[in-house]
Design a protein around this ligand. Structure first.
Ligand SMILES: [Zn+2]
Length: 396
């Protein structure tokens, strides 16, 4: 059985709950002492049992964005040795700070996932995730170094170069986004390269994909496909471990998950720089107590859809509000639009009324080019733009 942190990952439930309660009480003391917002909200609340957590205040992503950059940090900045930026609600910036201890914990949590995926010290790992997921590259790099595998950090922008690196360095493990994994599989097919001529054993993806898609990728890359489920606003990778049975076990020694009205709510139990109490992850999920053949005892989480307007465009996280802001710079300001994305590219359909259709072809061409330019400059996206008449495009 591939388990990195056996005492924690297979801890009996009663012991784990005792550990969680102790860590939660210590967390409340730290939050009261070091974070003004929590001091005001928590008052003298004391916890007798884990169940009492439901009486504690929640933290929303909006509150985290309001406190940007350092308003919710629980350590002075000189003790924060790493800062990773990520996207919050409506595309507002968030920053995740790490103390030295946080990084040490992060490396262990990422190592848990790599070991569960079958990675060993003998592997050569290409870590190749892209824009918007750079924090995740840092986490997987720490984890891979922790288990003493050989790491090749690589930019996934140029597929042929990436393929050459995979072959030349005889990488056995690839950590990447589903978008990049599909691009590599397509390129192998186009160039009639036998995927077996690579040396890949395991491809670990940065987010869960459906079983049929896994099979396609597994055949295209001639490797076993594993997935990870993290929470970009808190820690990604690190929140859970996908085991060989295909279940996502929450790392419950470090995170206390709850499901509130179908939404995943997470309390960080061990983080020092940016501890969060009952953070609303804007993510639908189910939690299950069922036991698993892998021996891990952390509860199994089944992630569902996002509960906010975050989109993944080629695995780059973007919010619908950011598209609206780009349109607002053009004559299409305030119009309804729809964003679609598949392997052929991104299409933004903008709803226009009869009045706009009466504009000359030249005006429409200019507007289209202006929208494309704004999307490129603001969001880094090269999109096709279409004008459609209502009501074929419902407001989105
Ligand atoms: Zn399992």
């Amino acid at each position: 059985m591939n388990v990195f942190d056996r005492p924690y990952e297979t801890m009996p439930r009663a012991d784990r709950e005792q550990l969680q309660l102790e860590r939660l009480q210590a967390l409340l003391a730290r939050l009261r002492r070091n974070v003004r917002r929590y001091r005001e909200l928590l008052g003298e609340t004391r916890l007798a049992s884990l169940k009492d957590i439901t009486q504690l205040p929640m933290t929303t992503p909006e509150e985290l964005a309001d406190a940007f950059p350092y308003g919710m940090f629980a350590l002075p900045l000189r003790e924060v040795i790493r800062l990773h930026s990520t996207l919050g609600p409506a595309g507002r910036p968030l920053v995740i700070g790490h103390s030295a201890n946080d990084l040490a914990h992060w490396s262990r949590l990422a190592a848990r996932q790599l070991i569960a995926a079958g990675v060993t010290a003998h592997d050569v790992i290409q870590i190749s995730v892209g824009l918007g997921t750079l924090g995740s590259a840092a986490g997987f790099t720490l984890g891979a170094e922790r288990i003493e595998a050989s790491v090749i950090p690589e930019d996934p922008v140029h597929i042929d170069y990436q393929l050459a690196m995979l072959r030349n360095y005889r990488a056995t493990v690839l950590v990447t986004t589903p978008t990049n994994a599909h691009a590599i599989a397509r390129r192998l097919e186009q160039r009639r390269i036998d995927p077996q001529s690579l040396h890949l054993r395991v491809v670990l993806l940065t987010r869960p994909i459906p079983p049929a898609e896994r099979e396609t990728l597994s055949a295209g890359l001639f490797a076993s496909i594993r997935c990870h489920f993290g929470i970009p606003e808190i820690l990604d990778p690190g929140f859970s471990v996908e085991c060989s049975a295909g279940h996502f076990h929450v790392n419950e020694d470090e995170f206390l998950p709850e499901i509130v009205d179908g939404e995943l709510v997470v309390t960080t139990l061990a983080r020092e720089a940016l501890p969060l109490l009952r953070f609303r992850a804007r993510q639908a999920a189910e939690l299950s107590e069922e036991s698993c053949s892998c021996g891990r005892t952390g509860r199994i989480i089944r992630p569902g859809r996002r509960l906010d307007d975050r989109l993944l465009i080629n695995d780059i996280p973007l919010y619908a509000a950011q598209f609206a802001e780009a349109l607002a710079e053009t004559h299409a300001a305030g119009r309804s639009f729809r964003v679609e994305c598949d392997e052929r590219g991104v299409v933004v359909s903008v709803e226009v009324t009869d009045g706009l259709f009466h504009d000359t072809m030249r005006d429409l061409a200019e507007l289209k080019s202006r929208i494309q330019s704004e999307l490129h400059i603001r969001l880094g996206i090269d999109a096709a733009v279409r004008f459609v008449a209502p009501p074929s495009t419902p407001p989105s």
